[in-house]
Design a protein around this ligand. Structure first.
Ligand SMILES: *Cc1c(COP(=O)(O)O)cnc(C)c1O
Length: 380
């Protein structure tokens, strides 16, 4: 695999195109396949040519042996967690994506799975691993919405000799910015709905690994739990990933510039962006991330109403959940993603009324800067 990344996202493994000469892969909506075919396909719940095409690109980008695709990021999480059993303990980063927390607390807890929430940016988190010997460690870096950065190599250096599998939700960074498997993680999980597809028009998830046992477990979960994606969505995501390096380059450059613009504004209390020098884990971020990513979080010196109004005044940032598309979005966690979280927990996590999260898109930087400027000027 000596080819560059731009080449590898465009060219995938087999296209299953027969002798048609088609340049883009076909879509295979068939639910079933004739017994004994050369591709080894039988029923789409347990495999499909479009899954395999996307698997081949994802494993190439991640630089790993295996990738398994799912219907969504949440399906991918379900596939992994379903491999655990009653009584097992999962040590989780305390600032995980909200739907991951909900799965652990409102679904898997009913089946006797135990979770403990730890701030993995603190050095004593490593002692908790040694003392508890969990069945799994679940990380996310950078986290949502505060963009905490966890030293993945430091955690994996503790878990590896103990044989504890580590899952890293790599959705915010993508393999272009950070490669968890190279840093020692067992599984690198992604919601392909976000940057990988990049066009906010399909849902998907994937789990990448170098471990053949885990690969078998993922394929089993895909078919046994019915977590498979649709062939059409795989086709869309395969199309989307072809421009991932181009999109991300523009998005990361835009995000870094907007973070600096925000930091200079008098009505901004603080800005979080992994590659800015004032980020609390800046050294780790520079060590393990090739860029700062394209998410910026800021805290305005403003009430909830003022902050909400500011979000609504922006022209090029749509106020919406999700992230990672070519279009810029803004999210007000206190009233959106974290609306259901109690005031206590919000305060503990640092989610205040003036906090906003930007998912920076591919628009012209000057337009985004002017938009931000006009919205901030009206902040009184
Ligand atoms: C969106 C997201 C998920 C869930 O993915 P879906 O495709 O929406 O199911 C999981 N983790 C992170 C970090 C996400 O941003």
């Amino acid at each position: 695999m000596n080819e560059g990344l731009n080449t590898r996202v465009i060219h995938h493994g087999e296209s299953f195109a027969g002798d048609t000469g088609t340049v883009m892969p076909p879509i295979f909506p068939s639910s079933t396949f004739a017994h004994g075919n050369a591709g080894g396909f039988d029923y789409t719940r347990s495999g499909n040519p479009n899954f395999r095409i996307l698997d081949s690109v994802l494993s190439s980008v991640e630089g790993c042996a295996h990738a398994t695709v799912f219907a969504s990021g949440v399906s991918a999480i379900t596939a992994v967690v379903s491999q655990l059993k009653q009584g097992d303990l999962v040590l989780c980063e305390e600032n995980l994506y909200g739907c991951t927390v909900r799965l652990f607390e409102q679904v898997f807890a009913k089946f006797g799975l135990r979770t403990e929430w730890v701030d993995f940016t603190q050095p004593d988190a490593l002692d908790v691993i040694r003392n508890q010997i969990p069945a799994m460690v679940w990380l996310e870096s950078p986290t949502n919405p505060l963009l905490k950065v966890i030293d993945l190599q430091a955690v994996c250096s503790i878990t590896e000799p103990l044989g504890i599998p580590v899952v890293v939700d790599n959705t915010f960074a993508t393999a272009l910015v950070q490669r968890p498997l190279d840093l020692g993680a067992t599984l690198s999980l992604t919601s392909t709905t976000k940057y990988i597809n990049g066009h906010s028009d399909a849902l998907g998830g994937a789990v990448c690994t170098n471990d053949p046992d885990w690969q078998q477990k993922m394929v089993f979960s895909q078919k046994a739990l019915g977590l498979q994606p649709s062939p059409f969505d795989c086709w869309l995501i395969t199309r989307g990933i072809k421009t991932l390096p181009l999109r991300l380059k523009q998005q990361v450059a835009n995000a870094a510039a907007l973070a600096d613009q925000l930091a200079e504004h008098p009505d901004v209390n603080w800005v979080r962006y992994p590659h800015r020098k004032d980020h609390p884990q800046h050294a780790v971020a520079v060590k393990q991330m090739k860029g700062g990513g394209a998410i910026v979080t800021a805290s305005f010196n403003a009430s909830q109403e003022q902050t909400y109004a500011l979000c609504k005044r922006l022209r090029w940032f749509t106020m919406a959940e999700s992230l990672g598309g070519i279009e810029s979005l803004i999210c007000h966690p206190a009233t959106m993603t974290h609306a259901a979280v109690s005031a206590d927990v919000k305060a503990r996590l640092g989610i205040d009324a003036g906090l906003v999260r930007f998912s920076v898109g591919c628009e012209d930087l000057t337009d985004l800067q002017a938009d931000l400027q006009q919205a901030l000027e009206l902040l009184v």
